[in-house]
Design a binder for this molecule. Sequence first.
Ligand code: GAR
Length: 194
Amino acid sequence: MLRVVVLISGHGSNLRGFLDSCAQGTIPATVFAVGADREASGLNHATHYGIPTFVEPLALGEDREKWGTRLGDRIAEFAPDLVILSGFQRLVPPSFVRRFAPMLLNTHPAYLPEFPGAHAVRDAFEAGVAETGATVIVVDDGVDTGPILAQRRVPIIDGDTESTLHDRIKIVERELLADVVRDIANREIAIEEN
Ligand code: GAR
């Protein structure tokens, strides 16, 4: 059983899907803690399952490396095999990546390398493309540049708004993340040290 810590910043709907799947036994993983960089509403999903939560904000003007060390120390208390950034809206510093990668995953709401960054759904929508997608990567020092573990296309359909599109992308993100974590647990994906 994989020991997992998840980091979020917002509603945590993907986190909720992940926790539900773990509880149903369809993902061989246990979430030992959920952390956030702010008082994210999604922390309630962890509380619902009796999972410990923590909040480690980046203070105004604070050195990012210092914050990354603090955040990393909170995570390390739970000795995870795997750390998942699931809607975590802060870039983690290089020392944090070195500490947890390659067992450090991120879900992204676009078909990377298309539309990296914090506004991937809006960027795809405004670009007027016919399809975008969802991707699960290993985090590296770049912005959404790490090795791709799984991805799938999502069409943009007539009448879509940014929000309806994002909701459909999230359904795919949840499936991809579940598949990747299952494959890691079953040793069907080997994640290489850099
Ligand atoms: C997800 O689509 C996730 O991929 C995205 O934020 C959403 C979180 O939704 N992450 C990023 O954009 C990271 N740059 P949720 O809080 O409802 O799970």
